[in-house]
Design a protein. Structure first.
Length: 311
């Protein structure tokens, strides 16, 4: 595959009107602080009603933990910008995502490109909305872009109680808008002494050099948290090259990827690339791993089950 050619031509198509709008905004406003989230925030863990009991969820078994990662594309549902869709369509798309989450029944879901109340996507907090509709008890949200009545970033939806939340927004990287990650801690279901750190991350789509220093910051922030680690999200890169950001974070934090060389796990269908990953620490092992085929975003979701090594 002629990766450079396809990246410069087809990737722009994939970004669509939203990407163009983002670049224009960045140029006009010169990356003013009002268009970026705070560099480091300890966000509030939100409690939600209507959570499904663990006994009714596929990820509720004591010895297994089921997790999902999905770039929700601002609720746009396809490659079009949310500004080109009606608010009703955005809400319908979010409801479709919630249906998939209820069907799969994960204990924890990591989402990216999830909006806070924004003028272009119905002014709804998509993290809270998906937590409520998806049947989760807790959520935590990180706003990596905030200002001009626009807010979006990463989030975690969880059945176990989330603690010690931390949201990191990477330094501005013109012409792309800010990216970042959110991390929180929970206890392995039924095992209060087993600490799990879970991360939802979104890396820069445009340049490998930017992803490199974003990964370096992730390694610095996450290496001292202690306990097991699950890193999920849209890494905007594959495993193939030695300079791969997903490979770098796996090596830097001693994480494992599931069949990283596989050519049959594309998560970004437009470019037929595996951009979305779930990485786990040495004390955990994969039991199952699947790329979902539901057309609820321009990315496919990834779902896996993990267990503790030796259990």
């Amino acid at each position: 595959m002629k990766h450079k050619f396809r990246f410069t031509r087809r990737r722009i198509i994939g970004i669509g009107c939203f990407g163009v709008a983002a670049v224009v905004i960045a140029g006009i406003y010169g990356y003013a602080p009002s268009m970026s989230g705070e560099p480091e925030v300890r966000p509030t863990v939100m409690r939600h009603s209507g959570a499904w009991p663990a006994s009714e969820r596929a990820g509720g078994e004591r010895d297994l933990l089921k997790v999902i990662t999905l770039n929700v594309a601002h609720g746009s549902g396809d490659r079009r910008s949310p500004v080109l869709q009606k608010d009703e369509t955005i809400m319908e798309n979010l409801d479709k995502i919630a249906v998939v989450l209820r069907r799969e029944g994960p204990a924890v879901t990591a989402i990216q490109e999830a909006d806070g109340p924004s003028v272009w996507s119905g002014r709804v907090n998509q993290v809270s909305y998906l937590a409520e509709k998806g049947g989760f008890a807790y959520s935590v949200q990180a706003e990596h872009v905030k200002g001009m009545k626009i807010s979006y970033g990463t989030g975690l939806l969880s059945m176990p109680t989330l603690r010690e939340p931390l949201a990191i927004t990477f330094d501005a990287s013109p012409p792309t808008l800010s990216k970042g990650f959110v991390v929180a801690t929970f206890d392995w279901p039924g095992e209060p002494n087993v600490k799990i750190n879970v991360v939802s991350v979104h890396l820069d789509f445009l340049r490998q050099s930017v992803r490199e220093w974003q990964v370096a910051e992730m390694i610095d922030k996450l290496s001292s948290r202690g306990g097991e680690l699950i890193v999920m999200g849209d890494f905007n890169c594959e495993w193939k090259s030695k300079e791969s950001a997903v490979r770098a974070i796996a090596e830097g934090l001693n994480l494992k990827a599931y069949q990283p060389e596989s050519a049959e796990m594309d998560t970004y269908p437009l470019l037929r690339m595996r951009m979305d990953w779930i990485l786990i620490s040495a004390g955990l092992e994969f039991v199952s791993y699947e790329v979902l085929s539901d057309a609820i975003s321009d990315h496919y979701g990834v779902v896996c089950e993990v267990r503790r090594v030796g259990k």
